[in-house]
Design a protein around this ligand. Structure first.
Ligand code: IMP
Length: 176
């Protein structure tokens, strides 16, 4: 049991279970990208721990970059405008794998995908450690899913509750 701010969280996934999930994802990526050199594009902040562990399990050559989705209000006609920040490398002719910590509604990755789809990538795939199928309605294809989880709020292993909990080695869910 852990307490973060005003809420308590109970065990959800142990370190070993997370390790197994990450290994399975790495095995699939190693196989699918044999002879290629994918660019892992991590979505900050939550994905940093997952990507660190995933990368250590990749045996193929691979590159790394991180991005963040920033939203700001545009003019009235534009409404909300989304922008990718942090992209420090060209995606031209690269096999890009966008990696999220968790897909809930899918809005974040959906917007990132929209912003990236006009880049001249060789291929564009999406991967996530966790996905909530009860909330995510298959708006787009997610190529690599570590584990599907119920619609619960989870913290730890990079995931936060109001900026706390990212340092936890295990994943916890909000106690009802
Ligand atoms: P989405 O846009 O609804 O798919 O949500 C994506 C982002 O919301 C993730 O990258 C997380 O930062 C955050 N998020 C969604 N669900 C959770 C959760 O259960 N715990 C912590 N953060 C979450």
């Amino acid at each position: 049991m852990v307490k973060l701010h005003d809420k308590t969280f109970s065990h959800f996934l142990t370190e070993d279970e997370i390790d197994t999930i990450v290994q399975e994802l790495a095995d699939r990526i190693n196989k699918d990208y044999t002879g290629k050199q994918p660019l892992l594009l991590g979505v900050l902040n939550g994905s940093f721990m997952f990507i660190s562990d995933l990368m250590k399990k990749l045996t193929i050559d691979c590159e790394l970059s991180f991005i963040k989705l920033a939203s700001y209000s545009g003019t009235e006609s534009q409404g909300e405008v989304n922008e990718l920040i942090g992209l420090s490398t060209t995606l031209d002719n690269k096999d890009v794998i966008v990696l999220e910590d968790i897909i809930d509604t899918g809005n974040t990755v959906g917007k990132i995908f929209e912003l990236l789809k006009d880049e001249k990538t060789k291929s564009l795939a999406i991967g996530t450690l966790l996905l909530k199928p009860d909330v995510f309605k298959d708006q787009f294809k997610v190529d690599y899913i570590g584990q599907e989880i119920p619609d619960a709020f989870v913290v730890g292993y990079g995931l936060d509750y109001d900026q706390l909990g990212r340092n936890l080695k295990e994943i916890y869910q909000l106690s009802s």
